[in-house]
Design a binder for this molecule. Structure first.
Ligand code: PNS
Length: 163
């Protein structure tokens, strides 16, 4: 049984994340989408809200035989992956600019947990510029983000804005 962890902030979930989830599915039997409860940042959505929107968006993705679980976590990703009995940490790479940061994280995670490998997947080129930060910024300034984030996420962002 190959279990992977796909960690991230997911604030909010983008179609780029869903693309990585879809690409990971044939590679693993089970994947935990691990939502960081990042207390040091001030996220737009709480960890529970982020988990909820991922759960709601998952049925729109073909995850074939892979069981997808969504969990919030705090602390180290490597520690969470070990406790979850995962053998791999999945991360998406959009462009060369992601590589340096991802390499440092992968090496640190490997030092912390030598038996867990980081698996990098290349995001679809149509999402190569899509990040949660950019989506929030464009949305908050009134720009269009449809096609780049799931519709249900856009609705939740709109609800937050009007609050
Ligand atoms: O979606 P993001 O913000 O790029 O995800 C970054 C994340 C959550 C994977 C990273 O910040 C992380 O692993 N944080 C947990 C704390 C940790 O393990 N830090 C050391 C990483 S080597």
């Amino acid at each position: 049984m190959q279990r992977a962890v796909f960690p991230g902030s997911f604030d909010p979930l983008t179609n780029g994340h869903l693309d990585i989830i879809k690409r990971s599915a044939p590679l693993f039997d089970e994947m935990i989408i691990a939502v960081l409860n990042n207390l040091d940042k001030s996220p737009m959505f709480t960890a529970e809200e982020r988990c909820e929107m991922i759960r709601e968006a998952l049925p729109s993705v073909d995850t074939s035989e892979c069981t997808m679980l969504v969990e919030a976590f705090s602390g180290l990703t490597a520690e969470f992956a070990r406790k979850s009995n995962a053998t791999a940490i999945v991360r998406g790479i959009r462009a060369v600019s992601d590589y340096e940061y991802e390499l440092r994280m992968a090496l640190m995670n490997r030092r912390l947990e030598p038996t867990i490998e980081t698996v990098f997947l290349m995001a679809g080129e149509e999402y190569s510029y899509v990040s949660s930060t950019l989506m929030k910024q464009v949305f908050e300034l009134g720009g269009r983000v449809d096609g780049l984030i799931p519709g249900l996420v856009e609705e939740k962002m709109r609800a937050k804005q009007n609050r």
